[in-house]
Design a protein around this ligand. Sequence first.
Ligand code: NAP
Ligand code: SF4
Ligand code: SF4
Length: 390
Amino acid sequence: MKYRRFGKSGWEASILGFGCMRLPTSDGMPISEHIVEDEAIEMIRYGVDRGINYIDTAYTYHDGRSEVVLGRALRDGYREKVRIATKSPVWMVEKADDFDRFLDEQLERLQAGPIDYYLFHGLNKKRWDDIRTLGLLARAEAAVEDGRIGHIGFSFHDVYTSFQEIIDGYDGWAMCLIQYNYMDTENQAGTRGLAYAASRGMAVVVMEPLLGGNLARPPQDIQAIFEAHEVRRSPAEWALQWLWDQPDVAVVLSGMSDIRQLKQNIITANTSDARSLGASEHRLIALVRGRFEERAAIPCTRCGYCLPCPQGVDIPVNFGLYNDGLMYDDLLVSRFRYFRFFTETERAGACSGCGECEERCPQGIEIAGLMPGVHAVLGEGKPYPGGDAC
Ligand SMILES: NC(=O)c1ccc[n+]([C@@H]2O[C@H](COP(=O)([O-])OP(=O)(O)OC[C@H]3O[C@@H](n4cnc5c(N)ncnc54)[C@H](OP(=O)(O)O)[C@@H]3O)[C@@H](O)[C@H]2O)c1
Ligand code: SF4
Ligand code: SF4
């Protein structure tokens, strides 16, 4: 295993971290509560035996079972070999005391001593405002003081401006967890966010390096582009190598769902290095990114000029989810996010068709006409199984 400095702390983290959100399940449903415990424990211990020393979980993963199973995996001397990160379910925290109640429950579930990194889960602008209103940073600091947690961090799902505001708003962040991969360079925190957090001495941990698996199983035309390159790697390897090529990335978390994936990702980690990809390899990734983007149906660049919408519809994010569903042939995930991350007024279904936004769109997109179709596709059916996980 290879290791990198974890932010400004002296600690060296394994470049591959174990994400406990996609452990093997007996019903085959991702993130369900029915974890195949023996297999999950074997996988976690296999990873630790090969040098993984950073493990991520959360209050909500696998309906609360992820923390329990992780705690069991870390018995028999494994706890001392790793640092664990888990997350406060901030959207369930209604008053300051709830923060401590959840934290104490998590310590109980894990049975693994203090939590090394305690993250505010899935921050966006609104949740960040709520945290400050409720005084939760002071609660987290008190938990560091009394030894229940080691360090404070956050995971993030929003746009770059909110990311910068969160970082600038508190001096005590040790680390952050961002969604980052070769398709998200301009999306979420993006490449700018990675550089910004690293420049502030924070450790940057990456989640969704394969976009939840979408980049590991590209459509046939994109698979053919990879196969035509002189360097032979699987699509998953290309995505991971692209991340480790960047020295500001401290840890890449992978949510591996079987031991075969774990073994492959360990091998990939061991053959990676910062700044090791050549010009033709970067051109390949740019070509693949372009091919994925061509599959998008709505030419929205997510510039946000159309906002604000008088109804509160989050136009770029609705179009983004719709496009993502088509780009990766995975409408299920887009539907899940549509229900999970949006309030009703932010969804395409709230559009009144007034057309006010259209004159502000530099791409000339007929937004009002498209919204009902977007809602029909994303608002249909049941939200993603495993409901409240991320
Ligand atoms: N907001 C948050 O805080 C948040 C949100 C998301 C994730 N996370 C954390 O970050 C971790 C990583 O994110 P993620 O689970 O979305 O990671 P990911 O690597 O983008 O997706 C994991 C999926 O990729 C596929 N995969 C992994 N290795 C592979 C390989 N070698 N070959 C082929 N396919 C492979 C598997 O899909 P299949 O099972 O379909 O084969 C696996 O379930 C999570 O486990 C969780 O701990 C946090
Ligand atoms: S057309 Fe729809 S999305 Fe555009 S401003 Fe009017 S209500 Fe908002
Ligand atoms: S202005 Fe047009 S291109 Fe920009 S985010 Fe809005 S719909 Fe997309």
